[in-house]
Design a protein around this ligand. Structure first.
Ligand code: BES
Ligand code: MN
Ligand code: MN
Length: 514
């Protein structure tokens, strides 16, 4: 075997396309067979010259065999974490959230992290641990979240959201991709490094329990622990790639303003025959108001909404358009016969670099069995706005609040209640950390990752920059088709193990670049 080259059970040898496609591919990951995991993973080749000293090369060469030997345990440990319903939005799960934090602490300790601690906050605990191998070496701060979104609607799951199953190479469970499966790759990557060639630089790991509800207490914790969290870069796996054969790295996240609105008409429900047509119906009024929030070009009509938006240059838009995207497949996957959005922008742009406004939920009046002729007293909606760089969450929330109250038709009162928010973030593509991530992925995927802008939000990323002065690398291994926040959330076994194989290579390249 040539130096710097690793031979593995490669699907290519069986005449299959290696780790291909955006949807489930037989060659992705492994199938469960009589309780054991059958290897069908990817092969990889990396040039010996990429890593400097021989000891680094042999450390890197030891990664994949270690992952291979331990993959069944790595998977089973993740399944154990997925069995804990650590839903942060619902106080009913408080005890499970606490239990999950303890489990994360135990796993981090077993992996070889030190000073592992469950840090209590005014909300859900944060689990922190570190391994300082040499204070003169660079430090990577890994962030992730062990909390998950509520699993409802339960009836749409094919198996229990907290009874993880592996089917066709996919791990089905709430939190499998967002974010337990992804943060746990880092715990296993640390174990892998410590059990093979050692850690090439220092690592600090902070896994929180309130990401899905706005990270309020993490923000406070970060401000109070600046010294402890000192690092050179933040590394987060909580985003998606284009496809398993089209690796990519997110270089931006959108911000968020989230509000709840309450529209009140008469002080009690009324008979819709006796009063209907004579007084404002708050549900009719709310629908009118919501409909007016977009114009014919699907632009948001809130005055000032676009004022601070940083437009991309033609060159930046051109670079983004180079990422492969098939609109037909996109529509087919979603079972829609058309796409729709802001005039003048492509689908990918609408879902990443443009600000948006969406109703997330709307309710009021009678929704029980049969018909009840009623003119309701109240109507409600939850509305989210995704923001882009230079839009400030607080300012946009205020603009919305003023506008929404102003457009109320006669005869209703409107209250706007702000929820959590967060700022957008962009990450550099020329930093040593980005280049290390890019090289690491190129080695394990056999292709250089494409930089893309993501549409989701991780509000703490902007705060890491503001408070700790740290840039982030969004080292996500999920796919958009993972159904995060939806029924049947899934994460590829291939993606999980590939992450564990790729992260240690990031550590080696990053420490070599410093
Ligand atoms: N992991 C997601 C964010 C994400 C998903 C970013 C996919 C890029 C691609 C995160 O857990 C999340 O869901 N964030 C929330 C924001 C939070 C304040 C509730 C979101 O984006 O809705
Ligand atoms: Mn997440
Ligand atoms: Mn999420």
């Amino acid at each position: 075997m040539a130096k710097g080259k690793l031979s593995r059970t490669c699907c290519r040898r069986r005449g299959e396309i290696p780790c291909s496609g955006n949807s489930i591919h037989k060659a992705q990951g492994r199938k469960q067979k009589g309780g054991a995991f059958e290897e069908t993973g990817s092969g990889f080749v990396f040039p010996a010259a990429t890593f400097g000293p021989m000891e680094t090369l042999s450390a890197v060469n030891a990664i994949d065999p270690y992952v291979k030997t331990n993959e069944e345990r790595f998977l089973n440990e993740l399944l154990d974490l997925l069995r804990i319903p650590s839903v942060s939005a619902d106080p009913k799960f408080k005890a499970d959230v606490a239990r999950c934090a303890e489990a994360v602490k135990q796993r981090m300790t077993e992996a070889g992290l030190e000073k592992v601690e469950v840090c209590t906050t005014a909300g859900n605990p944060i689990v922190y641990g570190e391994k300082i191998v040499d204070p003169t070496k660079p430090t990577v701060l890994v962030y992730g979240h062990y909390d998950v979104q509520p699993a409802d609607p339960l009836e749409l799951w094919h198996s229990g959201p907290f009874d993880p199953v592996i089917k066709d190479g996919m791990i089905y469970a709430r939190g499998s991709a967002d974010d337990k499966g992804q943060f746990y790759m880092h715990v296993k990557a640390v174990e892998t490094m410590l059990k093979t060639g050692g850690l090439p630089c220092n690592v600090k790991m902070m896994i929180e329990g309130e990401e899905e509800v706005g990270s309020t207490n993490l923000g406070i914790f970060v401000k109070q622990n600046k010294e402890r969290l000192k690092a050179d870069v933040v590394l987060i796996s909580d985003t998606a790639m284009i496809a398993n054969d089209v690796p990519s790295i997110n270089t931006g996240l959108r911000g968020l303003s989230y509000v709840e609105v309450e529209v009140t008409g008469p002080d009690r429900d009324l008979h819709s025959g006796v009063y209907g047509g004579a007084v404002s119906n708050p549900i009719n009024a709310l629908c009118e108001m919501i409909a007016s929030l977009h114009d014919a070009d699907r632009k948001v009509t809130v005055p000032g909404f676009y004022d601070t938006v940083k437009e991309l240059s033609a060159a930046e838009r051109k670079a983004l358009a180079e990422a492969p995207f098939n609109e037909k497949d996109y529509m087919k996957d979603l079972d829609v016969d058309a796409v729709r959005g802001e005039k003048g922008y492509s689908t990918e742009e609408r879902a990443s670099i443009r600000p948006t406004l969406d109703v997330n939920g709307i309710w009021g009046g009678y929704i029980g069995e049969g018909a009840k002729t009623v003119l309701p007293s109240k109507a409600f909606a939850k509305i989210s706005m995704r923001l882009v760089p230079n839009q400030k969450s607080e300012a946009i929330t205020k603009l919305f609040q003023d506008h929404f109250v102003k457009i109320a038709p006669p005869g209703v009162k409107v209250v706007v209640r702000p929820h959590h928010g967060g700022e957008a973030a962009v990450t550099p593509i020329d930093s040593p950390a980005y280049l290390a991530a890019s090289k690491a992925m190129e080695e394990t995927f056999g292709k250089k990752p494409i930089p893309t802008r993501g549409g989701g939000s991780i509000p703490i990323v902007a705060l890491f920059e503001e408070v700790l002065g740290l840039k982030t690398v969004l080292f996500g291994f999920g796919l958009d088709s993972d159904n995060i926040h939806s029924p049947n959330e899934k994460y590829g076994v291939f993606n999980y193990l590939q992450g564990i194989r790729t992260i240690p290579r990031f550590f080696h390249h990053f420490s070599a670049s410093k």
